[in-house]
Write a protein that binds this ligand. Structure first.
Ligand code: C2E
Ligand code: MG
Ligand code: MG
Length: 748
């Protein structure tokens, strides 16, 4: 349709193009114009690239018309406010053929005024049109139409600025919402105060983080009131003075912009303060407790053993340094204890690592409970522990603590229903204000530990000056052991086992000795465990079998030889072959060889171990269960093993005068009898002990009362001498016999 029009000011992008919404005000203007000029059509329109749209209209039924036919497309090209008047379209070449002229609505008259909007570009029109031509459109009509156009233009501009304001408002609101959403979704607390120290911006978190009531925070709230509230609540009471002055009074002298502070509830806040150019401050509050805890955790892990939670070597060293420093200040004594579990390896190997771990945890806990709050126990690795007794009233105190540690560790440990016993060997060294070197102190404790191990399990030794020269470290010892096998530094000593009724020699137990070129005689307590750990026990044990069988072949039948076999050997394939080779090479009948296995073998649920023992026994070899009563009280397993004998550990024999120990011996004898096993009492040292073990029913006895372990030729002498005595003389039991044998310790 006709067109020219003003593009009215576009309220928003959706109205810039496309069909405009009906506009009652502009329609009313159009109705007035139609009446005023006596025409059928009046309209306000907007012309865009493709279309003319009617913003307000009178007499028109369509919302718009294509730009190429629109009269207003011509009008907008003219001067603003200057009407384009076409009195008769039929006489105007521009419009004669226009489809709006040749067809509906058959326009003959048109007058339109371009109006410019805020940008000054004519994009809208105010027009009138009719189906009858006009003879004239005078100056007064033109002015009237131009005035009307000015009115419409002002209306549209007014509306535009309203829309613009509304848009600006919406933009402000949108960015405000965005800001608020951002503030509220922050993990941090944020608070902005202006130059007058009034709260301007804040988020919800900040109230909780600052420990203030939410009601105190509002736009314009005096920040002094917030501070006063925090102070009254004791929020800052525990903080250092300067920081407190800044937080309580906003003291400009103290002005601390970045700090971390602990809240009374223990949470830790990191606060950053940013001064604003106009004088306000933006504070952000970050809860760094979640991070502090992680840092704390990492620090803890770096200083503690993960398995037991005890301090590790690093922390131990630190505590030792502290003890040294304290001793030199206070001129007091302290002690360093080096501890190593006895027979831990057997548990770990037989019950598996989870059980071994559980055992270490129990042991760690027990030892910790023995110590005083200011002592330190550390796990150095494996089954090694170290202790600093931070302060001693007198040196003897360390002995008492070591005794209690041993007692605590030795109590049976329940591992998932399995009762297990381990021991601990402890080396002790006393430090004084003269001791400044932690390494030396630890080395002294280690040397004493070595002495304790050598003395037998579950005992402690105090460092003696001079011992260090004799004793190498365990690491060195392991290296030396390899060499010792090659250079034949090992030898065997033989200790008689006698019949408790007739006192005749039934067998000798072969006990290994190490004659170290530098350190002299090393007892098996000091090297067997190490040999087991390194696997050297396998060749060493094979050698002992060969050697013992060879020696025993020279003894009169039926004297047997007993050889100790480690669980490590039992678990490896090849023990049977080794035994058969030793028997074959020596010509010793199988039934004169006895293998002694320690109680830890009972922990072996491996069928192969049990089957191997059964096969050995089928060859005629005897099997004895050694050190009974010290380890695993899994008596129910006894039945599955082919034992000929049970050797009751010497700790029970030592205490046999005690009714409890006697009762245990009696019970073991009972079990042995039921299962058809003979009972050997180990470690009989006195005639009284002998009398008691006999009375309890032990069939054989072994101990210093009869003889210490002897070198081979002394053992042979012992046999000869014993054979010459008749049974009544033997009945005097040993005293004379024992004295006739040259003890290996003296003779070797
Ligand atoms: P065991 O098999 O129980 O050997 C008996 C230990 O008790 C020996 O210690 C012996 O000297 C000691 N003994 C005997 N009678 C008495 C006594 O009346 N009083 C005291 N206080 N002690 C007595 P030894 O020779 O030091 O051997 C310690 C352990 O080393 C042995 O205990 C055994 O478990 C192990 N062992 C020794 N030789 C070998 C070996 O060739 N192979 C393996 N695997 N272990 C061995
Ligand atoms: Mg033995
Ligand atoms: Mg024994």
């Amino acid at each position: 349709m006709i067109g020219a029009s003003l593009s009215c000011v576009v309220p928003d992008a959706s109205e810039v193009s496309g069909e405009p919404a009906p506009d009652a005000q502009l329609d009313a203007v159009c109705r007035t114009a139609a009446a005023l000029f006596g025409v059928r059509f009046a309209f306000v329109s907007r012309v865009d690239k493709a279309y003319q749209w009617f913003l307000g209209r009178e007499g028109l039924s369509v919302p718009g018309t294509p730009r190429e036919v629109a009269f207003c497309a011509h009008t907008v090209l003219g001067e603003p406010h200057v009407p384009l008047v076409v009195l008769d379209t039929h006489r105007d070449a521009r419009f004669r053929a226009n489809p709006l002229v040749t067809g509906e609505p058959f326009l003959r008259f048109y007058a339109g005024v371009p109006i410019a909007l805020a940008d000054g570009i004519n994009a809208a029109t105010v027009c009138i049109a009719d189906t009858d031509p006009r003879a004239g459109f005078g100056e007064a009509d033109r002015r009237r139409l131009a005035d009307l156009a000015l009115f419409v233009e002002a209306t549209l501009r007014g509306r535009a600025s309203q829309v613009e304001a509304a848009q600006a408002q919406r933009r402000v609101e949108a960015s405000d919402t965005l800001l608020r959403t951002t503030l509220e979704s922050m993990d941090q607390g944020l608070l902005m105060t202006d130059a007058d120290d009034r709260v301007r911006v804040y988020n919800r978190h900040v109230a909780a983080m600052m420990g203030v009531a939410e009601a105190l925070l509002y736009d314009g709230a005096p920040f002094a009131a917030v501070r006063a509230y925090q102070t009254a609540q004791g929020e800052f009471a525990h903080l250092p003075d300067t920081l407190r002055a800044w937080l309580e009074r906003g003291d400009p002298a103290a002005r601390i912009y970045d700090y971390e502070r602990a809240r009374p509830d223990g949470t830790v806040l990191q606060v950053r303060t940013l001064p604003l150019p106009e004088g306000g401050l933006v504070r952000t509050f970050t809860d760094v407790t979640g991070r502090r805890a992680a840092e704390e955790q990492i620090r803890y892990m770096a200083l503690h053993d993960a398995l037991t939670g005890l301090p590790n070597r690093t922390l131990f060293r630190d505590r030792l340094d502290q003890a040294i420093a304290h001793a030199s200040r206070a001129r007091s004594a302290f002690a360093v204890l080096a501890c190593d579990l006895d027979r831990f390896k057997a548990v770990n190997d037989s019950l598996g690592h989870p059980a071994g771990d559980a055992l270490l945890r129990v042991v760690a806990e027990r030892m910790r409970n023995v110590l005083r709050p200011y002592d330190t126990i550390a796990r150095l690795g494996g089954d090694e522990f170290a202790i600093v007794l931070a302060y001693l009233d007198e040196a003897r105190e360390a002995d008492g603590i070591a005794d209690r540690l041993i007692a605590a560790v030795s109590e049976p440990i329940d591992l998932d229903g399995q009762s297990v016993e381990v021991g601990v060997s402890i080396g002790v060294t006393i430090g004084t204000e003269l001791d400044q070197d932690p390494d030396e102190l630890f080395q002294r404790a280690d040397i004493a530990l070595y002495e304790a191990k050598a003395a037998g399990r579950n005992t402690h030794r105090e460092f003696e000056p001079g011992a260090g020269a004799r004793i190498a470290t365990r690491g060195q010892l392991a290296l030396d052991m390899k060499e010792a096998i090659r250079s034949r530094e090992f030898h065997l000593a033989y200790q008689p086992v006698v019949d408790s009724a007739t006192a005749s020699v039934v067998s000798f137990e072969a006990l290994m000795r190490w004659r170290h070129p530098v350190q002299g005689e090393i007892p098996p307590g000091a090297f067997i465990a190490l040999a087991e750990e390194t696997g050297l026990i396998v060749p060493l044990g094979a050698w002992a079998l060969q050697e013992a069988c060879r020696e025993a072949a020279s003894w009169p039948a039926p004297v047997r030889v007993a050889v100790n076999v480690s669980v490590v050997q039992l678990r490896r394939a090849g023990l049977e072959a080794t035994v058969m080779a030793a028997l074959a090479a020596s010509g010793l009948p199988a039934d004169r060889l006895k293998l002694e296995v320690t109680e830890s073998v009972l922990m072996q649920d491996a069928e192969s171990v049990i089957a191997g023992l059964h096969r050995l026994r089928a060859l005629g070899v005897r099997i004895a269960l050694d050190d009974f009563g010290t380890g695993y009280s899994s008596l129910s397993y006894l039945r599955r093993f082919p034992f000929d004998q049970i050797k009751i550990d010497r700790s029970f024999i030592r205490d046999i005068a005690d009714p409890d120990a006697a009762a245990i011996v009696r019970a073991v004898v009972g079990i042995g009898e039921r299962l058809g096993m003979g009972i050997v009492a180990e470690g009989v040292e006195t005639a009284e002990q002998l009398e008691l073990v006999r009375r309890e029913g032990c069939t054989q006895v072994q101990g210093f009362l009869f003889s210490r372990p002897l070198p081979p030729d002394a053992a042979r002498d012992y046999l000869r001498t014993a054979a010459r005595l008749d049974s009544s003389e033997r009945g005097a039991f040993g005293r004379g016999v024992a004295n006739r044998g040259a003890p290996e310790s003296d003779g070797a």
